[in-house]
Design a protein around this ligand. Structure first.
Ligand code: AMP
Length: 212
């Protein structure tokens, strides 16, 4: 199953991509995670994208496409994958269409005020990348990861100014992909403004339909 998770930042793509990828035993490919890892490791790529990410802007298409092309050439993607955070522009979607055929696109629908509440409360484990929320999914011990004991932190791009900027960038550059994939007959909407479980049930139904 080759899926794209599309939606505004904070819509729950990363969390649900993690759950669904474990259930279907297919990799979750998150361009955001790959970029963050590069920044953390201080690689050349990390140096190029650090400032862009902190401001909540998009990494240039050529760099992003090259990275995803390399990632998707690895054998673990043969049985399917979930693309989480890619494509984010029409040129990226066109580039992807040149080398992959997608089975479905899940469109996470959510109002801006819910996004702002969610992202400003999001905490991420510095060691294993697990995601928490101060209100909805708090760790057992404050600022400590339940799974690995790592320290939890707030991403620079989850600070309020960056969140507003990311929402604007989403509306301008990524939202056109909704019409793009709808026209191709690939789009499946879900309401992702409620709980993780609520989103999960809707996604499971869509995957069931895609398989039958
Ligand atoms: P995310 O974790 O998906 O919200 O991504 C974090 C940041 O990484 C974004 O705000 C962008 O700066 C960058 N990024 C991730 N995916 C892409 C993409 N497909 N195209 C351009 N920039 C991206």
């Amino acid at each position: 199953m080759k899926l794209i998770f599309l939606g505004a930042p904070g819509a729950g793509k990363g969390t649900l991509a993690g759950t669904v990828s474990r259930a279907l035993k297919i990799p979750q490919i998150s361009t955001g995670d790959i970029f963050r890892e590069a920044v953390k490791n201080g690689t050349d790529l990390g140096g190029k994208v650090k400032g862009i990410m902190e401001r909540g802007e998009l990494v240039p298409d050529d760099l992003t496409v090259e990275l995803i092309r390399e990632r998707m050439s690895r054998p673990d993607t043969r049985g399917g994958y979930i693309l989480d955070g890619f494509p984010r522009t029409v040129p990226q979607a066109n580039a992807l269409a040149e080398f992959q055929t997608i089975d479905g696109v899940i469109n996470f629908q959510i109002p801006d005020d819910v996004v702002i509440r969610r992202l400003s409360g999001r905490r991420v484990c510095r060691s294993c990348g697990a995601i928490y929320h101060v209100d909805n999914m708090p760790p057992k011990k404050e600022n400590v990861c339940d799974s690995c004991g790592g320290e939890l932190y707030t991403r620079d791009d989850d600070k309020i100014e960056a969140i507003r900027n990311r929402l604007q960038v989403y509306r301008r550059q990524t939202e056109p992909l909704i019409a793009y994939y709808r026209e191709l007959g690939l789009l499946h909407d879900i309401d992702s403004s409620e709980s993780v479980e609520h989103s999960q049930v809707q996604i499971e139904r869509i995957i069931h339909r895609l398989r039958s």
